[in-house]
Design a protein around this ligand. Sequence first.
Ligand SMILES: [Fe+2]
Length: 353
Amino acid sequence: MTLSLNRILSSLEKSYPEAYAESWDNVGLLIGSPDQSISKVVVALDPVSKAFQFCAEQQAQLLITHHPLFLQNIKKLISPDIHNILSIAYQSQISLACLHTNVDKSPTGLNWYIANKLGMDSLAFIKSSHTIPEIWYGIVSVSDTTFPDFKEYCARILPEDVDSQALDERELSRHNVRLSPERTFLKYSGSRSLLMNFLNNISHYSDSLRFHCLDSLYHDLPRSYGIGLVGELSHPVPFEDFMTRVRSIFSETGDFRLVTPSRSPSPIQKIGVCSGSGGKLLSSLPGDTDLYITGDLNYHQALEAKEREIMVLDAGHYGTEILFLPLMASVLKKEFPSLEVIFYKGENPWIRN
Ligand SMILES: [Fe+2]
């Protein structure tokens, strides 16, 4: 089975909208063409040359990684590493898509995946981002012969808070709409009630205007997103028993580092989780958190945890984020059961010595 790359990206956008990503981040399609046909996907943590090489060997057309290839605006490509990566991508026709902080901050993202594995309930973001307004959209196609009348009519009835935009070929393909000759496509977006009311108004003239609304294209984004999750186990679990659960989930972690409070560890019930480097969230954790699981804690953050009597388990940047692979596989397989999805686990750059 082959799918267009755009279809895969549109599906991922529903759960992990680019709008969730931090402003400094670089997510979405970084290398490739949206209309490429995809039958095999490799999911990896990092866009390193070995991951591209693996894609080429496996004849996969798409590499999905958590970390982006570029973060800054690139003006020159003179790094041998990047040159090597781009050469492999170009020669083997491999596209690269990156889902980074949009996955970290999604209500069904990496922290949610880990929290579920740990058995946490009553989840709340450690640090909520601004709630984005619920936005709905509808796509309308109008025959070119009736378009001038339609435009005039819409100008009179279009509510101030509903936006309209003409759609080009790329946008249409993003929404799985085929370009049709002699028709103009427009996208209307706004709050659900305003938009539905407006679409109903224009549908009243559908016979004369020959347009149709594609209901399946309406969707809303989860409105609340943020970094890190805090939640509770259904009952307190003795620390050592809980560590057995932790070791089975973070099985790729070489070493666990622990900051312990001066008191002996209490049974674990309230837990904070932040994959990757979550040391900066320490100050936002509720004071009654029994255990905070993150990676990449630095010395000063460890001291801060000690000072606040919060027990922290550092399961490593690689150890916590390698779970991006099974998360992506489950999302892709659910939507596209016949798509082949394989992993490139790479390696934890830190070795035990
Ligand atoms: Fe990371």
